[in-house]
Design a protein around this ligand. Sequence first.
Ligand code: ZN
Length: 245
Amino acid sequence: MSRSFEDGSAETTHLKKDLDVAQPTFSAPDIDALCMLDNYGVSVTGQHVTAKRIVLECRVRRQDNFCHHCGGQARVRDTLVRNVTHVPIGWRPTQLHLRLRRYRCDDCCIVWQQDTTSIVAPGAKLSYPAALWALKSVVTDRVSIARVAANLGVSWHTANDAVLDTGRKLLIDDPNRLTGVRVLGVDEHVWRHTRWGNRYVTVVIDLTPVADGIGPARLLDMVPGRSKHLHHLVERADFRISWRC
Ligand SMILES: [Zn+2]
């Protein structure tokens, strides 16, 4: 099946196979969609692209210009900037430069700013897509925390906190996560190298959709320590376990 690159046919053949789209339907270019922001309530209004990093200037689409106390219309007092780390674009650490309006109600004398919780959790440094990207990199792609941190352009602790927080929220909030699971993947990661030895976390993945050919693997649990602590899962007869340690 291999043909030379001179006539371009080899590239075309591989692309079609990789994209798995025989006849794609094209729409107009959309930077919000390309940057995975179209479903998160913000729009890109500017870009600063260098060889080492990308900064996207964004605005929150929801105005929020009515007083939270009396309901009256407020006026814009000023704007402020909040920087949030986003999913790397083109191998470069990418930051969202969120320009936020600050409003003031003259009747109530209160001031507030546009809500950013559609794109970033309160107090978090990573956007929701970036936190999910980091979690997926560690859990399913087996990338180290240090490498994830370097790709995002953040500290090791920032990346580590984001992965743990996102993993806990996705897992603990779903008490039925083991329903329908037939094939488990158990994977040990060295979470951190220390002078006193390595710390491990064991990641448990639902491989049932992969085995059935209907979808990607699904994160089920992250347990501190090595996989020998997972006897309660091993003893369950209705699971087939794929060890990847
Ligand atoms: Zn008011």
